[in-house]
Ligand binder design. Sequence first.
Ligand SMILES: [Zn+2]
Length: 367
Amino acid sequence: MKLANLQNLIFQFVVVKSVLVYPPPNPIKFPTSDQQTLINGDLLTDPLIVETVKHVESKVSPKILAIPPSTFIQDSTVTYNAPDPSAAGTCYWAVGQCLRSSDTSDFQADISICKNLNEWGVTYDDGPSTQVPGTKELLSELTSQKLLTTHFVVGTNVLLYPDLLKQIDAAGHQIGVHSWTHHPLTSLSNAQIVAEIKYTEGIIYKTIGKVPIYFRPPYGDVDDRVRAIISALGYKNVMWTIDSSDTSGIPNSEVTARMTKVFEGTNPDTNTSLTTGVITLEHDYLDNTVTSLAALNSYKTSSKLLKPQPVGQCQGLNSNQWYLNSDGSNPANKSGSTDPSKPNTSHSFKIQNILFIFTIIIVTFLF
Ligand SMILES: [Zn+2]
């Protein structure tokens, strides 16, 4: 056994595990609604953030938290600095769309597909928005088609348009967290990533009284460091199978054609039949979103159709399992742990105990 692995195992037991507080404590103040202003200064020394960073440090290996941040260039563009972004290294999504398919002691697996072939997890990012069309028009079309979907909302927009978030929630859709500033998270410090999530969680809780269990990173900009912080804060990282390309600048008709193919069970990128249930990426504030959604109504007579639904539903959760319970436990965790960030506690606890005993034997043998 390598010394680094041994140190990591000892770390897992020496550091006192802390538990996230529920309901989430109010911050002293929320960040501004300006997405160009990164969260810094006294917003990072708020007890809410300081205590949550301690929690993250008690759960995640130091080597994961030491993965170097990328360098922000502009919008979604960063220069990635960790030496190996492949799956063997830090699994940086933007390089080969790397995903983690199984849980580790540092993070939970990514969600990127629906469980069954005929299921379509529909997601809308970046809302709520007041553009026309925007959230209101999207909600109206979803209601007229009797569809429920998942909405990953941005903290600045919830701060500006709380009534729109209430409308999304009241209509029965699933709400997830999509950061405060919509900045690429790999370029931020550990404390800033915590702040992006906790302030957004806080404004969502203040608005609708619920804490979501799903998180989507802006631009899909995620690596193992970001993944581990998301997991330590109790969230599942939700990516996607197919990008609608609604932000790419292609004509609305092409976005509609792509989403129609998905609806009919074809991958629009490869023109081959889908082999898994899918999760699609769309955005709340674009006219092609509503246009492509409205087009689905004309195709409903086809026999080979996927069933659009919220991601939570296609992961086997009913609607009362999309948010933390009133005691702070995560209803999606089989063990019913009261620590929302700890999946399958009893199982992992047993494994950890076995590893601990093994570590003690090795240490005794060596010294
Ligand atoms: Zn986004």
